[in-house]
Design a protein around this ligand. Structure first.
Ligand code: AMP
Length: 395
């Protein structure tokens, strides 16, 4: 399969699906430019070759054409980041888009209006995909966050570029990193699964059990397991309809020789509040009226040992309610352990919305091997699904 570097973009128009779904404040200023910066290497390569770039993206969830969701708000910031005066087409379809694309000269960048102003985008409409395809010579998909959606610009459009299609550098790196964990991992492989619920992670757990040696369970989902095993969990969060499932997971893990590490102690609080009274208690002996909100010191010791022995680490979900300082220690310590293992040569992949937020908040991003940008898309890959946006380029 061809990669971006196999193409010479000289005098070619690249139409790139990017994920510029960035947060804006009430004055329409971009408050986090990460996603625009992440697309820069791909855009730079094309411009350096002597090509031109047509950028297409969605922004938010508009119902038809709504000015607050217009991508015109990000033209200034995008120009600043790319160091190029970005042109803007006020429509992603019709003559406006066609003429703007036709006028584009080598070295120039054009941003199309929000694709989701048309319901045909999310419907995966062939006509819309064909129209978008007609604007460029080479299709590049660099939007991992939407790779699990068969939308006109993420998947269907690829049909019109039988040869001239490729992943951008960002998407290629995402796929490579996840495959490094799922397909070519150096052992021992450890998955850390935290967060609030077992139910949202169950398909991931089932898919990765065949590929890992250790599974560290933490965060709120701990208590469903502990209750299923007969422990007293006080007021801790628990999915009572998932107790059987928790036991099944433990059995499956045993059958597959996966070592499961559950917390042995927790920081318990008398309220779900940063100002609550706290005490360290045995995870199976949480008093009535108290709830476990973070990992305790003995649990962290055990986690540290496993992490430092691992050669591949997947981290999805925090170990506690890290948004409150009182309960952030476990997640910070876990970040420290993984950073140390990574420094010693392990490969670490962090993914899933909340762990990425935690990693950024506590400054661990540069200390991890890879931090995935696509929450839902990453989870679907971990669940073993083939993402339509990826298949469309590979096929
Ligand atoms: P998830 O989206 O399933 O990955 O869950 C992330 C959320 O789980 C975060 O917002 C954490 O605050 C929350 N969380 C982590 N540990 C606990 C806990 N022990 N009790 C309640 N919520 C938790």
């Amino acid at each position: 399969m061809k990669t971006l570097s196999d193409f010479n973009f000289k005098d070619q128009k690249a139409i790139i699906r990017v994920d510029f779904n960035v947060p804006l404040d009430e004055n329409f200023n971009v408050t986090d430019t990460t996603r625009i910066e992440a697309a820069k290497p791909t855009i730079d390569k094309i411009l350096k070759d002597g090509g031109s770039v047509i950028l297409m993206s969605h922004l938010g969830r508009p119902k038809g054409k709504e000015d607050q969701y217009s991508l015109k708000h990000i033209v200034g910031e995008t120009s600043k980041i790319l160091g190029v005066n970005v042109k803007f087409a006020e429509d992603s379809r019709g003559d406006v888009a066609k003429n703007a694309a036709a006028d584009l000269k080598p070295g120039e960048v054009l941003l199309l209006e929000n694709l989701r102003f048309y319901k045909e985008e999310e419907a995966g409409d062939k006509e819309m995909a064909k129209e978008l395809a007609s604007l460029g010579d080479i299709y590049v998909n660099d939007a991992f966050g939407t790779a699990h959606r068969a939308h006109a610009s993420t998947t269907i459009i690829a049909d019109y570029f039988p040869e001239n299609k490729t992943f951008g550098m960002l998407l290629a790196k995402e796929i490579e990193s996840i495959e490094k964990v799922l397909k070519h991992a150096e052992r021992p492989v450890t998955a850390v699964l935290g967060g609030s619920k077992v139910s949202s992670k169950i398909t991931v757990i089932e898919n990765i059990l065949d590929k890992i040696d250790h599974m560290i369970i933490g965060g709120g989902m701990t208590f469903t397991f502990i209750k299923a095993l007969g422990g007293k969990i006080g007021n801790s969060i628990c999915e009572d309809d998932k107790l059987e499932l928790a036991l099944e997971i433990l059995e499956k893990a045993k059958a597959k020789n996966v070592q499961i590490l559950l917390p042995v102690d927790v920081v318990a609080a008398d309220a779900f509040s940063n100002e609550a009274n706290t005490q360290i208690v045995d995870v199976t002996q949480i008093p009535d009226g108290w709830q476990g909100l973070d990992a305790g010191p003995k649990s962290l010791e055990a986690i540290k040992k496993v992490i430092l022995e691992s050669k591949t680490i997947l981290w999805n979900g925090p170990l506690g309610v890290f948004e409150m300082e009182t309960f952030s220690n476990g997640t910070i310590e876990l970040g420290n352990f993984i950073a140390e293992a990574t420094k010693n040569g392990a490969f670490s992949l962090v993914g899933g919305g909340d762990s990425v937020a935690a990693v950024k908040q506590f400054g661990f991003e540069p200390k991890m091997s890879y931090v995935s940008t696509g929450g839902g898309a990453m989870l679907e890959m971990l669940e073993g699904k083939t993402l339509p946006g990826i298949a469309a380029i590979q096929g």
